[in-house]
Ligand binder design. Structure first.
Ligand SMILES: NC(=O)c1ccc[n+]([C@@H]2O[C@H](COP(=O)([O-])OP(=O)(O)OC[C@H]3O[C@@H](n4cnc5c(N)ncnc54)[C@H](O)[C@@H]3O)[C@@H](O)[C@H]2O)c1
Length: 383
């Protein structure tokens, strides 16, 4: 079935999906965006309840190659259709947007199939395995008047907005350096995290890469060292596997105006709080200027506030402590809703692709010992 036929059948013409305003939405008589999620593993358990809370979204289908998982999520979240693979799902109940939460290595080809079938796409990170593959997806989407967006959603947090404002208003003075770190002892439930094109950079470092480039501007070049600290892992239901992707990474980013930032991520970081971001009292990211510094408490994907240090005599102030409704798993919901409301999401495809290129450049830098120039850029400041 073509997209045109589908839209006619569903009475949800493109014009209705892409209405430019909330008034337009009212005129569509409360039609909802129909979404289908592929990959019913761990993260789907966070995505589906968030999607179900949206008044503008209807989750019509779920899919997993381990069919019992799709059936189980369908039952848990009262979703009418469950499928065994993407082809069945695309040929099945019509929908507008695909949400990809499969193994990281599968995202590229799955997202391409979704776009070719005329679906908008939200993808968990990374959007594709390489920058070139990701850029081709973005071009394909554009050529078909569709959207593709990807995780993470860190730029949506009020704390990101607060730090951005501090920098843009010159509160930090001349910004020079920044550091971000994120790690835990590594997932045990799936082996793809440790296989080729997996690793701690696309799974964890990606958050800090999005935050620091979002705040400091595009990276112009990258230097990195990555390693495998733990060459063997035990995966639930699978036993011992050999680790192929890095589980330890240090990445240096050169931004404009001499600003240098550093990101450290890994699957070997002891985490005393059991990885619960709301329990984190320490900062994981800091930005230094010559008038003030900011320190982000908790992780950038779920933060508990920002310390602003701008006095030599007074203690740092803890500011921006409210979540403002932001949740790390909101990306698919927010971008999906934007197709109906016309409210432009803060997450941009060009930024997501830039981060993907950083990961690729870091792998190349580590392998060759060279500084790698970046090709991609994005519109900055982001807000
Ligand atoms: N687990 C989390 O809390 C979390 C948080 C943020 C982001 N993520 C990201 O979400 C993605 C998924 O992670 P996860 O932890 O949920 O993994 P997972 O292994 O728990 O789930 C992945 C699911 O995808 C299914 N799958 C794989 N290939 C498929 C295919 N071709 N078609 C249909 N289904 C397929 C698998 O059977 C599995 O059920 C990754 O990109 C990860 O980085 C995970």
């Amino acid at each position: 079935m073509t997209r045109d036929v589908f839209l006619k059948q569903m009475g949800l013409a493109t014009a209705a999906v892409l209405v430019g305003s909330l008034d337009g939405l009212a005129a569509t008589n409360k039609k909802k965006l129909k979404v289908a999620l592929i990959g019913c593993g761990s993260v789907s358990g966070s995505y589906l309840p968030h999607l179900k809370r949206s008044n503008l979204i209807e989750v019509v289908s779920v899919c997993d190659i381990i069919f019992e998982r799709a059936l189980s999520r369908a039952e848990e979240f009262k979703i009418p259709n469950a499928y065994r693979n993407i082809d069945e799902m695309l040929a099945g109940f019509p929908f507008d947007m695909m949400i990809t939460t499969t193994d990281m290595q599968e995202h590229g080809w799955i997202n391409k199939k979704g776009l070719l079938a005329g679906k908008h796409v939200w993808s968990e990170k990374p959007m594709a395995n390489t920058y070139a593959e990701g850029k081709a997806l973005a071009d394909l989407a554009k050529s078909k008047n569709l959207h593709i967006w990807g995780a993470p959603a860190v730029v949506n947090s009020p704390q990101f907005a607060f730090m951005n404002k501090c920098i843009q208003e010159g509160k930090l003075g001349r910004v020079a350096s920044a550091h971000g770190q994120y790690g835990h002892t590594g997932p045990t439930w799936s082996s793809f995290f440790y296989e080729e094109n997996g690793g701690s950079m696309p799974d964890l470092g990606v958050y800090n890469m999005a935050t620091l480039t979002g705040l400091l501007g595009p990276a112009r070049s990258i230097m990195a060292m990555t390693s495998i600290v733990n060459p063997e892992r035990t995966i639930d239901g699978k036993g011992k596997i050999n680790v192929v992707a890095e589980d330890n990474a240090h990445v240096l980013l050169e931004h404009d105006k001499g600003i240098i930032s550093h990101i450290m991520c890994g699957f070997n970081f002891f985490d005393p709080h059991g990885h619960q971001a709301h329990n984190q009292k320490l900062h994981s990211l800091q930005i230094f200027g010559d008038k003030a510094n900011v320190r982000l408490v908790g992780y950038d994907w779920e933060t508990n506030g920002v310390y602003l240090d701008n006095s030599e005599t007074e203690p740092a102030q803890l500011l921006s402590t409210e979540s403002g409704g932001y949740e790390w798993k909101e990306g698919a919901t927010v971008t999906g809703e934007s197709l109906l409301t016309g409210i432009k999401p803060k997450i941009t495809t060009e930024h997501v692709l830039h981060v993907l290129e950083i990961i690729e450049a870091a792998r190349l830098s580590s392998a060759t010992g060279k500084k790698i120039s970046m090709k991609s850029t994005f519109t900055w400041p982001m807000m």
